[in-house]
Design a protein around this ligand. Structure first.
Ligand code: URA
Length: 271
């Protein structure tokens, strides 16, 4: 039987595994995953120091993580194959237990905007403001995005905005590949349900995830690419800079502006 100390240690290890590296509330609370099989499990054995002799244990943990990711990914895909509306999908994401990020997030941040939009904007992951409010792009990046949308005659009622991940990575750390892999079916299902003509990715990671490529944003941006929806039809995809990057690097705003004009031109083409 586990002692109280070892189970506490297990919870802390689980949090570290989930990427928690900051204190976000005055009172401590612990929230263990309900569906342990879908999460990287942590050995009940006492923690040992990492020595070369531990390598098999590390390898075992890595294999477990890969298997947990695969299981969670399959669960996400199975769920997506059954839902037929955005509301059902939202509920399914809110009750999904296969991504550890949910345990540390305040809200599930599902997509927002017009479900009949012709264009879907895809960011990376909620930040602190989005996590607090539960809506994508409502912080500083969101304000800049709103201005850029307005400049080409769009607003949140005429487009749809979502992220690869519906949960904030603790401390805004970069999402893990495993987190992106598990949540990607939900993003793709949102796109299938909205069925847009155009996808505008905000930053390289959403273009990489949707196009399954590792190409850098600087090589991808500025030209139309093709995204294939699950029914085989395609949407034109434009990869552009993330607003957070533009806030840090205002000199790149002109390139982003050119991308927004490219989108506007396509949206206004007579069919
Ligand atoms: N950055 C993102 O990628 N998405 C948000 O919703 C907010 C900031």
């Amino acid at each position: 039987m586990m002692t109280e100390t070892s189970s506490l240690q297990e919870i802390l290890e689980w949090y570290i595994c989930a990427g928690v590296d900051e204190i976000c509330a005055e009172e401590p609370f612990f929230n263990m995953p309900k569906q342990a099989s879908a999460m990287p499990s942590v050995s009940a054995e006492p923690v040992k120091k990492n020595t070369p002799a531990d390598t098999p244990m590390v390898r075992h943990a890595t294999t477990e993580l890969a298997q947990a990711t695969q299981t969670a990914f399959q669960n996400a895909k199975d769920i997506c194959s059954k839902v037929t509306t955005l509301d059902e999908l939202r509920q399914a994401v809110e009750t999904f237990e296969g991504c550890a990020l949910k345990m540390t997030a305040a809200h599930t941040v599902f997509g927002d905007g017009n479900p009949q939009a012709r264009v879907v904007f895809v960011g990376e992951a909620p930040g602190a403001d989005e996590d607090r409010i539960g809506t994508p792009f409502v912080g500083r990046s969101g304000h800049l995005l709103n201005k850029m949308l307005a400049a080409i005659g769009l607003d949140r009622t005429s487009c749809y905005i979502c992220n690869i991940l519906p949960w904030r990575p603790p401390g805004n750390r970069t999402p893990l590949d495993s987190e992106i892999a598990v949540c990607l079916p939900f993003l793709k299902k949102q796109i299938d349900l909205i069925n847009p003509d155009f996808i505008f990715t905000l930053g390289g990671s959403s273009a990489n995830a949707l196009l399954n490529t590792a190409e850098s944003i600087s090589r991808m941006r500025g030209r139309w690419l093709e995204y294939t929806k699950s029914d085989g039809s395609s949407a034109k995809l434009l990869a552009s800079f993330h607003p957070a990057y533009l806030l840090r690097t205002p000199g790149q705003k002109s390139k982003s502006w050119a991308d927004f004009l490219r989108l506007s031109k396509e949206l206004n083409k007579k069919s």
